[in-house]
Ligand binder design. Structure first.
Ligand SMILES: Cc1cc2nc3c(=O)[nH]c(=O)nc-3n(C[C@H](O)[C@H](O)[C@H](O)COP(=O)(O)O)c2cc1C
Length: 169
């Protein structure tokens, strides 16, 4: 769900990043153990392909410390205390509207579900649609698979005499 809410109207996310999410498919993402590891090492992640990813791949995916442009600043971000922080390449941070620089070198976090996100919408609308879709799935299958989905057999004695919404945790 994280990716869906990046492209929400309320998300404090750089507008180009939101547009990239809307335009991208799962194939436009890359998984890496340590591409954006500065300030947050050992945190595997998935992000959208941009020029930084392409240059790293063209260089043969060299390890941390040997990547193209290590140490070069890609821009600045204004911290919550108002201080201006210089952002080096491969830094792990959130590309918000407070980032002033080139998003082609910034981390654009996104899951493989990005292909399902085709617009920027208010978060309330997103949640309402998710609930509506879940109810449609439940109603189209009589709901038993929902019980199974959370590990209950539809015939589980624990569920006897309980209405669906009462039966599910
Ligand atoms: C903007 C953004 C920030 C994320 N931050 C974290 C994080 O701090 N820690 C974490 O374990 N996963 C983080 N994730 C990964 C999500 O928890 C999730 O695994 C990933 O987005 C795939 O799910 P999705 O396709 O439903 O978005 C983040 C994802 C996004 C899009």
């Amino acid at each position: 769900m994280g990716t869906r809410f990046v492209a929400s109207a309320e998300a404090f996310v750089h507008s180009e990043y939101k547009q990239r999410v809307v335009q991208s498919t799962a194939e436009d993402t890359v998984y890496s153990a340590d591409l954006f590891d500065i300030w947050w090492p050992d945190a595997p992640h998935r992000a959208l392909r941009n020029r930084l990813v392409e240059e790293w791949e063209a260089a043969g995916r060299p390890p941390s410390g040997q990547r193209p442009g290590e140490g070069i600043a890609i821009g600045t971000i204004t911290g919550y205390d108002g201080a201006t922080i210089e952002i080096p390449r491969y830094a792990s941070f959130m590309t918000t509207p407070a980032f002033k620089g080139d998003v082609e070198y910034a981390p654009l976090w996104a899951g493989e579900s990005v292909g399902l996100v085709n617009d920027v919408r208010p978060a309330g609308e997103i949640v309402r649609d998710i609930v509506r879709e879940a109810e449609e799935v439940r109603d189209s299958s009589g709901g038993d698979h929902l019980a199974e989905g959370v590990g209950f057999e539809p015939t589980d004695p624990l569920l006897e005499g309980q209405s669906l919404s009462r039966r599910l945790p």
